[in-house]
Design a protein around this ligand. Structure first.
Ligand code: PRP
Length: 221
C-alpha cells in the first residue's frame, strides 16, 4: 500500500487492460500515457488524479494486490481462483466472459462417471484439483501445462483437460468437447485488504461509480 496518496492499480496485460481502461474512462478515470501502443513503459501515472497504473502478467496481479504493491487489481476469475490470494473480490466487470470446463473427446465422458483414476492436464492445477477432489470426490493425476492444453488428450498425455472455453472453436477444431462445466468466468476487481480499510472512502466511491457505469448497461464495455 502506498503512503504517498496515490492509488495503485495492477492490470493484467492485454485485452483485459484495454477493456478495463475503457470502463474507467466512462467514470472519468483516464491515463493518456497508457494509450501509446509503442511504449515499453510498465508504470503510468495520472498526477492530477493521484492514480498509478502498472501492467503485469495476469497471474501475477493477485500477488501484487495481496502484498499491497497495488491497492486494486483487475484479473480474470480463473486467475483469482487459481492463485487463491488473500484479497477482496469486490466487483464483477461482466466482460471477458468465458467458462472453466472439463473437456476431452466425447468418449471420455464415461471416465468422469465412475470415479476412475484419470489424468487431467491443465494450466490451472489448483482449480482442477479442487474440482475433482472436493466437488467430484474423484482421485485424479493432475499434469500442469503452460498452454495449448488441448494437446493433452490429442497426443495421449491426458484423458481430459481443465481449461477455459470462450467460443469453443479451439475444442471444435480439435475434435474435443465440453464434458462438464466447472464455473462461469469474467473479469473481476480485487482489492488489497489493508487498502480497503485505509482508503475505504476512495475505494468504495470508485466501486459505486463503476457499478453505476456497468448498471447503465453500456453495451460498448
Ligand atoms: C485459451 C484457452 C483455450 C482457448 C479457448 O487459450 O486455453 O485454448 O483460449 O478459446 P475458444 O473457446 O474461443 O477457442 P489461449 O488463447 O489463451 O492460449 P493458450 O492455449 O496458450 O493458453
Amino acid at each position: 500500500m502506498s503512503t504517498d496518496g496515490y492509488l495503485t492499480f495492477a492490470l493484467g496485460k492485454g485485452r483485459l487492460a484495454k477493456k478495463t481502461l475503457e470502463l474507467f474512462e466512462k467514470i472519468g478515470i483516464t491515463c493518456e500515457e497508457m494509450k501509446d501502443k509503442d511504449s515499453r513503459r510498465l508504470i503510468f501515472v495520472n498526477e492530477a488524479q493521484k492514480l498509478r497504473f502498472f501492467l503485469a502478467k495476469g497471474p501475477d496481479v493477485p500477488t501484487y494486490v495481496e502484498y499491497g504493491a497495488a491497492d486494486i487489481g483487475v484479473a480474470g476469475k480463473d486467475t483469482i481462483m487459481e492463485e487463491n490470494r488473500r484479497v477482496y473480490e469486490v466487483l464483477d466487470f461482466g466482460f471477458g466472459k468465458c467458462r472453466m470446463c472439463v473437456c476431452g473427446p466425447e468418449h471420455a465422458k464415461e471416465l468422469l462417471k465412475h470415479h476412475e483414476r484419470i489424468r487431467v492436464a491443465s494450466k490451472y492445477p489448483n482449480i482442477a484439483k479442487d474440482y475433482f477432489y472436493n466437488q467430484k470426490h474423484q482421485t485424479v493425476d493432475i499434469i500442469k501445462l503452460n498452454g495449448s492444453v488441448e494437446l493433452g488428450p490429442l497426443v495421449g498425455l491426458s484423458d481430459v483437460i481443465v481449461d477455459i472455453v470462450e467460443t469453443g472453436s479451439t475444442l471444435h477444431e480439435n475434435g474435443l468437447a465440453v464434458l462438464e462445466e466447472i464455473c462461469p468466468l469474467s473479469a473481476r476487481m480485487i482489492v488489497n485488504q489493508v487498502s480497503m480499510q485505509m482508503e475505504k472512502e476512495r475505494i468504495t466511491g470508485l466501486i459505486m461509480k463503476l457499478k453505476e457505469a456497468l448498471f447503465r448497461g453500456d453495451k460498448t464495455i
